[in-house]
Write a protein that binds this ligand. Structure first.
Ligand SMILES: [Ca+2]
Length: 186
């Protein structure tokens, strides 16, 4: 009888612990997400941002700042820092693009567009793309895609891999420079 009672108490405590854990997750998601979206949208935290205009290639180590935000449910993406901060723990997919211009768009001379773009999670490289063109009117394009396991607070950003050359496109004729992501399976 005493043993059964102890077992009951243990089971009860375990259930309480699980409930507390689930409440914590639920509250984290409520706090980090907007209040107007449905649960499915909230927990998927989708974002999509792009450069509003063509730009000069960036020097080594400089981060990409995607200034135009189309989608940002959960506010994980910050358009002033260019970084995505995971609002929740989950498996995320990210995609990012580059379009090297075969034209001198900012009065430069010599080399045409060339850049590398690293995707970093908490300062560690998790993805890498590069786009390069050596010829006038030719274009180099690259797209990256990664799947990452993140915990709440992890930072994902895109950085220039080396000193770039020339100009990069971000327009609706030659292609937008974009950064996007979402939770695969909330
Ligand atoms: Ca080159």
């Amino acid at each position: 009888m005493l043993e059964q009672r102890n077992e009951f108490i243990r089971d009860n405590q375990e259930l309480k612990n699980r409930l507390t854990f689930l409440k914590t997750i639920w509250n984290e998601r409520k706090v980090s997400s907007g209040k107007t979206q449905s649960l499915g949208q909230k927990t998927q935290c989708p974002f999509y941002a792009y450069y509003s205009a063509d730009f000069k290639s960036l020097p080594k180590g400089q981060r990409f700042i995607y200034d135009t935000v189309i989608t940002n449910i959960g506010n994980g993406y910050n358009e002033s820092t260019g970084a995505f901060i995971a609002p929740t723990f989950s498996v995320f997919a990210f995609s990012w693009t580059l379009h090297a211009a075969g034209r001198h768009l900012f009065g430069e001379s010599g080399q045409y567009g060339e850049m590398g773009a690293l995707l970093e999670k908490n300062g560690i490289i998790k993805g890498s793309i590069a786009a390069d063109t050596e010829m006038k009117s030719n274009q180099g394009t690259a797209t990256g895609f990664v799947i990452l396991n993140l915990t709440a607070g992890d930072e994902v950003k895109i950085l220039s891999k080396y000193d770039g050359q020339g100009s990069m496109y971000s327009n609706d004729v030659y292609g937008r420079t974009t950064f996007s992501g979402f939770v695969i399976n909330p």
